[in-house]
Design a protein around this ligand. Structure first.
Ligand code: ATP
Ligand code: MG
Length: 355
């Protein structure tokens, strides 16, 4: 049965898109795919920012250029920027004064994740003011990403907790900060203001995240059981958070177009096909894009650009099975292998005579 091959063209055509998340299991190709998507988007949108929220920063590896938490122009582009943020380190910068520092650590003991939530909010605030047309997120492996998407709720809780503390202790915090000579900016009202400000931003962004015109999540996977399983979990969680997802990238597909003779490869191809079929069955309402497994890594702007063609035109195997062309290819492969084996044999024979 011929299934129409999907591409990621739909992302490039959706002009209202503001946030594109790219996520999936570890090592499946999230960074590669988000880098390529941002390169492609840069050709159709005014300005693009790609952000890595994975502490194991790898945008720098993919583009082979050093990035920091400040958006930096990617070499060779005039409208593509990249930045790498580390939620843990960011929160240190955020709390560069002692009063707030201990306050945040108190709060994060009470509500795990609130410090991360605050630094994420700070980052979003920064990004919001910078006015990029579209922002691509290279996310950390699944669990972490889903936590990021829960931040508004976490902050909400933080605020409620703070309010209850405030009511219970009255002006105690303010009094204490005056007593210790800390300025007004350490007062509970200042802190409360700061938290509330962040909540506003995060609520605003969260509204955008739930708007399918503005936000979409691209799931990256490989044709293996665990990845299929993880993708299903991800798709369900996204539905729960009301975040749109309608693209699946199946990366590292071995195409049977090289007249493959290796038994191992043949077995892998068969196994992959089984899971690819399942993906098509489970996600018949998604755009499914298959990307070929390359013999080499995809790093550097040039190879990212070269690989990007598979995002917009379906991969076409060079050979069709059973054709004259394929048989000729197989015969020549076998001839080559025979020649190599004969040479090997010759060498062995000669070696033996010498002994
Ligand atoms: N189709 C492919 N063919 C060959 N190599 C690939 C392919 N896709 C990705 N790679 C390579 O595999 C490695 C892992 O890819 P990538 O870093 O994009 O994965 P990731 O999902 O971001 O990993 P992590 O979870 O560690 O962040 C990289 O070295 C990349 O160049
Ligand atoms: Mg990565």
């Amino acid at each position: 049965m011929a299934i129409p091959e999907g591409t990621l063209q739909n992302i490039l055509e959706q002009e209202s898109l503001k946030w594109v998340f790219v996520g999936g299991k570890g090592g499946v190709g999230k960074t590669t795919c988000s880098s390529i998507l941002s390169i492609l988007l840069a050709s159709v949108r005014q300005s693009v920012l790609v952000i890595s929220t994975d502490p194991a920063h790898n945008l720098s590896d993919a583009f082979q250029q050093r990035f920091t938490k400040i958006p930096t122009l990617v070499n060779g582009f005039n409208n593509l920027f990249a930045m790498e943020v580390d939620p843990k380190v960011e929160s240190d910068d955020l709390t560069n004064d002692e009063g707030l520092d201990s306050f945040v650590s108190e709060l994060s003991n009470a509500i795990p994740g609130v410090d991360e939530a605050m630094s994420f909010a700070e980052m979003l605030k920064l990004v919001q003011t910078m006015d990029y047309s579209v922002i691509v997120f290279d996310t950390a492996p699944t669990g972490h990403t889903l936590r990021l998407l829960q931040f508004p709720t976490t902050l909400e809780k933080g605020l409620a907790k703070f309010m209850s503390l405030k009511n219970r202790f009255g002006g105690l915090i303010t009094q204490a900060s005056r007593l210790f000579g800390l300025g007004d900016e350490f007062s509970e009202d200042a802190m409360l203001g700061r938290l509330e400000g962040m909540r506003d931003i995060i609520q605003q962004v969260n509204k955008q995240f739930k708007d399918p015109d503005m936000t979409t999540f691209v799931c990256v996977c490989i044709p293996e059981f665990l990845s299929l399983y993880e993708t299903e979990r991800l798709v369900q969680e996204l539905a729960k958070f009301e975040i749109d997802a309608h693209n699946i990238i199946i990366n590292q597909v071995i195409f049977d177009d090289e007249a493959v003779e290796s038994k191992l490869l043949k077995a892998r191809i068969k196994m992959q096909q089984k899971y690819i079929d399942q993906f098509y069955m489970l996600y018949d309402d998604f755009n499914i894009t298959k990307l070929p497994l390359l013999p080499e890594e995809v790093t550097g702007v040039e190879s990212l650009k070269r690989f990007s063609k598979h995002f917009i035109t379906p991969y076409k195997p060079a050979l069709t099975k059973g054709t004259l062309e394929e048989l000729q290819q197989r015969v020549s492969t076998l001839r080559l292998q025979l020649k190599e084996a004969e040479e090997e044999l010759d060498k062995l024979k000669r070696g033996k005579h010498k002994v």
